[in-house]
Design a protein around this ligand. Sequence first.
Ligand code: MTE
Ligand code: MO
Length: 219
Amino acid sequence: MAEGKAGGVREKLIAIKQAWAESRRLLTGERDPEHANRLPPGQRLVTNWPVLDLGVKPDIAKTDWRLTVDGAVANPISWDWAAYQAQPQVEDVSDIHCVTQWSRFDNRWSGVATSHLLSVVQPLPNANVVVLHGADGYTTNITLECFAGDDCLIAHAHDGVPLPRDHGGPVRAIIPRWYFWKSAKWLTRIEVLAVDKPGFWEVRGYHNEGDPWTEQRYN
Ligand SMILES: Nc1nc2c(c(=O)[nH]1)N[C@H]1C(S)=C(S)[C@@H](COP(=O)(O)O)O[C@H]1N2
Ligand SMILES: [Mo]
């Protein structure tokens, strides 16, 4: 597809999702804060794995990939593939809940725990938020507290298979407690900040947090 046409399709898709947020479509008004069910309100279970993004899928070779962590940290880093692989590796199984109403159970993620990454970079006392940056220009903000959760990973594999490009390979963030838009694909930069900075969807009507159990879909 020519860049102009692809750009047009992308703008249309963004406008549709933004309009849904404005009209508060997809909200059921139900709540399940105690997680009585495994499926949050308004979600349906899928066994495939849909691909959702802005339509630009960066093709990043592992040899070119870097992960920069900067901002309000004592020890900024820029890991190349070898440095990332040399960090302690963990696995965690979690469920995906996408704001467009699909959920996928039991995803086994492999990678580096965000708690480990934070122990390396050492956020300054005034640090409150992280902004995750994808190589496609996507951004999303998460409180440092949520990002530090023991189920959060900087992941390179899903169910034992290297993350395909469609799903954000070589490396993406996994933030299971929030809707999946917080899990940035093609992760290349983590900005640690004192003051919150809403990301791509957060400035287009999505909720600043994104708890599926209380349907924090829109702001
Ligand atoms: N870099 C980047 N990350 C992104 C997005 C994106 O457009 N770019 N889309 C988000 C949204 S809205 C969703 S639902 C999930 C989809 O991930 P998947 O394609 O692996 O299912 O990625 C999230 N992370
Ligand atoms: Mo999404």
